[in-house]
Design a protein around this ligand. Structure first.
Ligand SMILES: C[S@@+](CC[C@H](N)C(=O)[O-])C[C@H]1O[C@@H](n2cnc3c(N)ncnc32)[C@H](O)[C@@H]1O
Length: 208
C-alpha cells in the first residue's frame, strides 16, 4: 500500500514513459494554480496530490495491456485519470469526455501545451457523444455503476476493458447490479487507499 507522497511519486515514475514524470510535475504546478480559480479538486487533496490523484490515476495502467486501442475516460474533470495517463504515456490514444465549459478549456489547454497529439476532448455530455467502439473505458467519481453502464454500454464491445475506481462503495455497487453485469467484473484493491477498490471488467453488458 502506498502511504507516503514519496512512495506515490516513485510508483508513478515507474509507470511513466520518458519525460512523463517531468510533464506530470508541471501539470501538478498548473493544477495548484488553476485550482485557485476553479474548483477542480478539493484543495485539501492537493497536500497529498501524488497519492490522491497521480498514483491513484496511474494505478489503472496495471490493469490495462500496453498495446491497446482507444481509451475513453468519462467525466474527466481536472483530467483524472485520463489526462494523467496521457501525460505519462503520450502514445496511448485517449478521449476525455467532460461537459463543464471551464473544465473543457482546462483539459484542452493542457493537451495543447504538452503537445499531446493522441489525446482529445469530447466537450459535451456523454449522452451527446457520437457512438464509437473503444478498447478501454475508465471513469473515476463519474456516476453510480448502474447509471454508468446505462450511459456507456454503447461504446463497448465484447473485448472492451472497464477499469472503474469506485472508492469505498465498489463491492456494494457491484452487488446491486443484475447478474449479467456482476459476471463481467471483479474487485481489485486500490494501491492508494486501503478502503477503496477498483472494479475491473471486460465485455459488453447484455441481458442475453
Ligand atoms: C465528481 S467529478 C470527477 C472528476 C474526475 N474524474 C476526478 O476523479 O476527479 C465528475 C465529472 O464528470 C462530469 N460529468 C458529469 N456528468 C457528465 C456527463 N453526463 N457527461 C460528461 N461529463 C459529465 C462533471 O462535469 C465532472 O467534471
Amino acid at each position: 500500500m502506498i502511504t507516503t507522497e514519496a512512495q506515490a511519486r516513485s510508483f508513478s515514475a515507474e509507470r511513466c514513459d520518458e519525460r512523463g514524470l517531468e510533464r506530470i510535475e508541471r501539470f501538478i504546478e498548473q493544477l495548484r494554480d488553476e485550482n485557485s480559480r476553479q474548483n477542480l479538486v478539493s484543495s485539501a487533496s492537493l497536500d497529498h496530490v501524488w497519492q490522491r490523484h497521480i498514483a491513484d490515476s496511474l494505478q489503472i495502467l496495471d490493469h490495462v495491456p500496453r498495446e491497446t486501442g482507444t481509451w475513453l475516460d468519462l467525466g474527466s474533470g481536472a483530467g483524472l485519470p485520463g489526462l494523467v495517463v496521457a501525460l505519462a504515456r503520450p502514445e496511448q490514444s485517449i478521449i476525455l469526455v467532460e461537459s463543464r465549459k471551464r473544465r473543457i478549456e482546462w483539459l484542452r489547454a493542457n493537451i495543447s501545451q504538452f503537445g499531446l497529439t493522441n489525446c482529445s476532448v469530447e466537450g459535451s455530455r456523454l449522452e451527446n457523444v457520437e457512438t464509437r467502439q473503444v478498447s478501454i473505458i475508465t471513469a473515476r467519481a463519474f456516476a453510480p455503476l448502474g447509471k454508468l453502464m446505462d450511459l456507456s454500454t454503447r461504446f463497448s464491445t465484447r473485448s472492451t476493458l472497464w477499469v472503474l475506481p469506485k472508492g469505498r462503495s465498489a463491492a456494494q455497487e457491484l452487488a446491486e447490479q443484475p447478474p449479467y453485469v456482476r459476471a463481467m467484473f471483479h474487485v481489485e484493491q486500490s494501491r492508494t487507499d486501503p478502503e477503496a477498490a477498483i472494479l475491473v471488467g471486460q465485455g459488453r453488458p447484455s441481458r442475453t
